[in-house]
Design a protein around this ligand. Structure first.
Ligand SMILES: N[C@@H](CCC(=O)N[C@@H](CS)C(=O)NCC(=O)O)C(=O)O
Length: 206
């Protein structure tokens, strides 16, 4: 099966999928579309992005699958990265919903409004302070959980770890969050980076 991934090189949501491909040791065709480029505008115009966002995984029959966490679940099905036990699967999904509802909307947003020129007007001192406080409370939820166990669900890494790793590992340098307050998160980040097949955010396929 030839899988094609439309991904944004600088985006954590897209990085999740590149990281998952690395951990699964799967080859894929990569089409990089960076923010605010004519190539991304063309992908929008031609309807290549069904929900209007990246990443999108395209199956070999041409079926497009959008939404990063849905793509993770699809790729991980039948592997140890997605538990078979119904309760553990639900726990994995719970952390992935947490990631999209409470984590990405704060941690990634604080980084994004400081990084992308077209969003700089959103980076007011009030908004940055609000996002800093909200981000620290989200990170504290993760810290409390990881103080008790090495991985988010069960005894090994799952797609919940992949989903949460993407924006957490840049929360300090890009988002300005005080990561020294979260030792269990830092130990978990180091554990993820040591897993076989790990690829960094900036390591794009040929
Ligand atoms: N919930 C979506 C969010 C995807 C998303 O927001 N993608 C952004 C980059 S992080 C994007 O495609 N931006 C380009 C655009 O809006 O044109 C997911 O997890 O896949």
């Amino acid at each position: 099966m030839t899988l094609t991934l439309y991904s944004m090189p600088s985006s954590g949501n897209s990085y999740k999928i590149r990281l998952m491909f690395g951990f699964l040791g799967l080859e894929y065709k990569h089409i990089g579309l960076e923010y605010e480029t004519p190539e991304l505008a063309e992908a929008h115009a031609t309807g290549a992005l069904p929900m209007g966002k990246l990443p999108v995984l395209v199956l070999d029959d041409g079926t497009p699958l959008p939404e990063s966490n849905a793509i993770l679940c699809f790729l991980a099905e039948g592997t140890p990265w997605m538990p078979r036990d119904p309760l553990d699967r639900a726990r994995v999904l719970g952390w992935m919903f947490f990631e999209q509802n409470r984590h990405e909307t704060v941690i990634a947003v604080r980084a994004g409004i400081q990084k992308y020129a077209s969003r700089a007007h959103l980076a007011t001192p009030e908004r940055l302070a609000e996002l800093l406080e909200a981000g620290h409370s989200v990170l504290q939820v993760m810290e409390n959980h990881l103080a008790e166990q090495d991985w988010f669900v069960g005894d090994g890494p799952t797609v919940a770890d992949v989903a949460l790793y993407a924006y957490t590992h840049t929360a300090g340098p890009y988002g300005g969050f005080e990561m020294e307050r979260f030792p269990s998160i830092n130990n978990w980040l180091a554990r993820v980076a040591l897993l076989p097949g790990y690829v960094g955010l900036e390591e794009l396929p040929e």
